[in-house]
Design a protein around this ligand. Sequence first.
Ligand SMILES: [Ca+2]
Ligand SMILES: [Ca+2]
Ligand SMILES: [Ca+2]
Ligand SMILES: [Ca+2]
Length: 349
Amino acid sequence: MILFKMRIICVSVNSAAPVFYNLNTDETIWITETTPVAICVFNISVSDADNDTLTLIILNQSPMTKFSLSEHAVLTIAEFDFENVQDRAYTLRIRADDGSTHIHGILNIKIQNEFDEIPIISGPLSAPIQENQPAGTFLFGLFDVTDADFGDTLDYTLSGMHASFFKIDPSTGLVTTSQAFDYEGEITTFDLLLTVTDKGGNSANVSLFISLSDVNEYTPTFNQSTYVVLIDEDSPKDTSVIELFATDADFSQSLAYSVKYGDPWGFFTFDETKTNQININKCINLDSPDNHPSTYSLIVVVTDDGSPKLTGTTYVMITVNRNNDNAPVFGATSPNSTLTVSYSPYNDY
Ligand SMILES: [Ca+2]
Ligand SMILES: [Ca+2]
Ligand SMILES: [Ca+2]
Ligand SMILES: [Ca+2]
């Protein structure tokens, strides 16, 4: 009898490839742009009928490398920014390898916008407005606001000490006056606080400064329509002649005085420092051969510094008091001239 000894060797045959359960077709998931780093955004479900040890790798990812694998977990390794159009969608090609066979799966990761960008307010943050403008006047160019978030909308509000004097359109940010203002009134500058809030609740605020500008509404007026003054002949240069007074109801305007008519000789001028005072500019000698008059009727104007400028007028009547500054002289000197001397006997009896 012949006995055969049979030795049976069992050899494992890798007959089954790995199988993805959630990457069989292109899989798309959404994550927000504010997803932090080192967060698991997807768990790959894969099995192998042979119970082989599987190796998972990301073969490639585009457009940038922002994910890694830790066993079956897809992790973020960088931050995202939806406002960067290159940073809105990723494709990961993933391979599962059991040592002899491998399969591929595609994971699409899309980035979802969030309203995470804070509004930015920029200048000039101040603006002038003329007095007397009606309620509802727009204040253009007061500020600019930008918000980098795609599709964000902004809400505008005003607060602060003088907020009630102005209105702001909550959706456009256009600022208008809620009343007319008087520069000659109590308030000429306004302090406001602008707050801009986006859909994500992010807000920014800045101070706004609005200043009222004067309109030249009032003509400067002298307190007298005519001034009368008497001066001495031969008064020296810079002698004060008269001080004139004018007022202007526009707030804090400067007034300038000048002689418009009546002094072609330039005898009179306004003091350089006390600008409402007329001084002697040139000594007046009534006995000069030029035969200067002893009375002067000056038309004097006062001009404000508004735009356009306004002027007021007054009259200054100046009389020069003749000095008895010439002794009588004997005028006839020829040998044949006759000097007549009269004599009035004093009758004291
Ligand atoms: Ca935003
Ligand atoms: Ca955003
Ligand atoms: Ca005014
Ligand atoms: Ca004025």
